[in-house]
Design a protein around this ligand. Sequence first.
Ligand SMILES: *Cc1c(COP(=O)(O)O)cnc(C)c1O
Length: 434
Amino acid sequence: MPTAITGLEAARQLDEQDPLRHFRDQFYIPQHEGRDSLYLCGNSLGLQPKSAEPALLHELEHWRAHGVEGHFRGEMPWMDYHKFLLAQSAHVVGAKPEEVVVMNTLTTNLHLMMVSFYRPTAQRYKIIMEAGAFPSDQYAVESQVKWHGYSPAEAIVEVKPRPGEDTLRTADILEAIDEHGAATALVLFGGVNYFTGQLFDMAAITGAAHRVGAYAGFDLAHAAGNAPLALHDWGADFAVWCSYKYLNSGPGGPSGAFVHERHGRSPELPRFAGWWGHDEGERFLMRKGFSPMPGAAGWQLSNAQIFSFAVHKASLDIFQQATMPALRAKSEKLTAFLLQELAALPGSAARFRVITPAAAASRGCQVSIYTEKEGRALYDYLGQKGVVCDWREDNLSGRGLEAGQAGVIRVAPVPLYNTFEEVHRFVTLLGQAG
Ligand SMILES: *Cc1c(COP(=O)(O)O)cnc(C)c1O
């Protein structure tokens, strides 16, 4: 057992040794009573990079100066704008640039991917997913199943934690895939579950799905920019993510999508099409007959949303400077420090329990603190003290607890802009509450 390093002194030492500590200066930190708030909510909305505003203004000025010619002028002409995001997006999710594209918003892309990768037949019509997935994913899956004429009760298989446990065992996920294998069309998992913070073994899930002849897709909303990802090497069929959580690209920011190259080179794969996915050499010939671009680009519907892409690009530049391996190295330490401090808090076991797995391989940066009684009151107290985190009611049925009481306080120390000292201050406040 390594000795737990805790306390303010330890936190300050860790901050001094942190090679990424200067990245905090590239962000605006919301203020609370005249000082930096304790912003631990990057899992919900990442902070604004200081480079976002000039990037946005640049495009507004480009439009003002050039009108429609802006599509062809400047260093980043709008015609090709989506291409400027590919290499950096690919770095974040572990893909080849041609396997990714930025377009639309997350739930839209989830539907577009299911159009291609959920094509149920009488024999294969099931979707296997985690119980307690983010509601939008549940609605998307349910509506796809119904749209194809199947009943959600029969077609959707939810893998649940064992009684008395909070998170899923990989073995149980793989067993469910084997059990339903012959009838399964798609295995769809989050990368990191929004409620528990559990990071799933996407390599193992992909392997199991493929062994039974199903596709494997992932919603990386809570994983992109947070957890190590290797979509290409894992062989995942598709993935989608948003850019406004860990990717700091602003409210409603654009979504990313991944399509593995083995599918990207299959023009016959059914999809919903639009002109921006059409072979770019012929796009303006305005001919009949859709012929997709190779790669994920062939799933684009519309021309680029320049203003939101510009902010996304400014943010991706920061990820390129910091690099995902360095961010993950800090993130593992930062969250380990949070877990150690929480465990060292006197009397903590009686008040709450951490439901996020402790092992770094099974979590991102987020820690979910489950409370049965104090719940909302504790969250409100933290808010008064300048902590920005969030509160989610218990969505896992069957606990039989009173509404408004049981749930999780989610805290996400983000390696780009949070410090060890902030983590220490958060735990100190938690200890003083109530
Ligand atoms: C945040 C989140 C969403 C939100 O979807 P939008 O289409 O961006 O509004 C969907 N799914 C998951 C898993 C999320 O975490």
